[in-house]
Ligand binder design. Structure first.
Ligand SMILES: [Zn+2]
Length: 425
């Protein structure tokens, strides 16, 4: 069935480039984008139109790094650096997901919250619990979201409540993969060794072989914090740099997403570029845990792919518009720290990183991506101040800095409306 969405269309086909079409038309056929045009073409004149008037129609937001089981601690526990924070707060919070009923209630609320904030695709960590991970995938699918979700592997350094036996970890990973196929293609699995200190060499090697055998993507953490990097050096004295502890086990390729990369050296960044590894920048988290300020401009200049993540709950903002403004602020802090050598990012660049750069990890092209199911967020910026006299790029910038859940009036994911005037799930 054909339909048309009409409104002020703003897409980011490339870093720093905005394509704006005031009062434009998004042509849809069974939820798949057929074109972005000023007026309905021949054969589309009689097609039903959803007219969003003067509102902004943005690309769906991609949250490329977040931890589902940390949602209950969102906005709390901001007083420790990474390793202590994991042990004191994150691990005990995640341990509660051994209880499927608890997982169901939390994940239902999280999925609704993500949709309400305009996040339409996620690349997400679950906990090590297989049943809770399947529940998370089910709840995301039920809310209409799309994404990759990983059962976490961790067979060392998790304390007594959050650690698997190596053989259990392998067996549970296979059980999870067997059962999660029902959510594809909407919600798909991604292998998730928590980070190098959490996984023995034997488990890492097994995961690398599994990724290759089943052609699965991989997510983990990289060079977030200096204490963590020193620990990895102790654990892997044969690796000159952190990334090698993944690469040597086959966990480093064009389907790998690595969160943070705050302290990645020039050589580590080069290894990312050459392998096509995606760096996921999580600016709020990096400040909250006093990790540092990632050299995003430098990575982009060097040709490294960068997307954005909320990294809840080390990050306290679930909404990607806020993560985009945090990205611009963090880049300014970085500019100050480097005496202007690292130029700040613009709002338009942050919009690209939070949309097109993230959707590329899903194999989807730029902008509203003709031939793909529509992912879009409709923003009513009426309450943010007068729109008259502002250009569409200015209204986008204002939305990034000022819009929240209240301004998001409709959300489309996978070619269908998942929230908005008819209410969110
Ligand atoms: Zn993380």
């Amino acid at each position: 069935m054909r339909s048309i969405l009409r409104g002020n269309l703003i897409q980011a086909p490339a870093l720093g480039q905005l394509d704006c079409l005031p009062g434009g038309c998004l042509l849809l056929e069974d939820g798949v984008v057929r074109g972005v045009v000023p007026t309905p073409p021949e054969g589309w004149q009689e097609v039903p139109v959803t007219d969003y008037g003067n509102r902004l129609i943005l690309q769906g937001f991609v949250d490329a790094h977040l931890h589902g089981p940390q949602y209950p601690m969102l906005g709390t526990a901001m007083d420790l650096p990474l390793l202590e924070w994991l042990e004191r707060y994150a691990f005990p919070t995640e341990a509660r997901f051994a209880d499927p009923d608890y997982a169901r209630a939390v994940y239902r609320a999280l999925a609704a919250d993500l949709a309400a904030h305009g996040t339409t695709r996620v690349v997400m960590f679950s906990s090590l619990h297989t049943d809770a991970t399947l529940i998370l995938m089910e709840e995301l699918a039920r809310a209409g979201l799309w994404g990759y979700v990983g059962k976490v592997n961790m067979d060392r350094n998790g304390g007594k409540n959050l650690q698997e036996d190596t053989e259990d970890s392998k067996r549970e990973t296979l059980r999870w993969l067997e059962q999660c196929g029902v959510f594809a293609p909407q919600i798909r699995p991604i292998l998730t060794p928590r980070f190098t200190p959490s996984c023995t060499d034997g488990l890492m090697a097994w995961l690398g072989a599994l990724a290759r055998e089943r052609d699965l993507p991989v997510q983990s953490h990289l060079s977030e914090n200096t204490g963590e990097i020193a620990w990895v050096r102790e654990l892997h004295p044969g690796c000159a740099e952190y990334w090698e502890s993944y690469a040597k086990f086959g966990l480093w390729n064009g389907r790998t997403a690595m969160a943070h990369c705050v302290h990645s050296s020039a050589r580590e960044r080069q290894a990312m570029r050459e392998a096509g590894v995606l760096a996921v920048h999580c600016p709020d988290s990096n400040i909250n845990l006093c990790s540092g300020v990632a050299p995003v401009r430098r990575m982009l200049d060097e040709g490294v792919s960068v997307a954005l993540g909320s990294d809840i709950a080390a990050g306290a903002c679930l909404g990607m518009l806020e993560v985009m403004s945090q990205t611009v602020r963090a880049s300014k802090a970085r500019s100050l720290l480097t005496d202007g050598a690292d130029r700040p990012l613009t709002a338009a660049e942050a919009y690209y990183l939070g949309t097109t750069a993230g959707q590329r990890f899903f194999g989807v092209g730029a902008g509203f991506a003709a031939g793909e199911r529509l992912h879009a967020v409709v923003v009513d910026d009426n309450a943010l101040g007068p729109a008259s006299g502002l250009t569409l790029p200015q209204r986008l910038e204002r939305a990034i800095y000022r819009a929240g859940q209240a301004e998001i009036c409709a959300v489309w994911a996978g070619g269908r409306q998942i929230g908005g005037q008819r209410g969110f799930l």
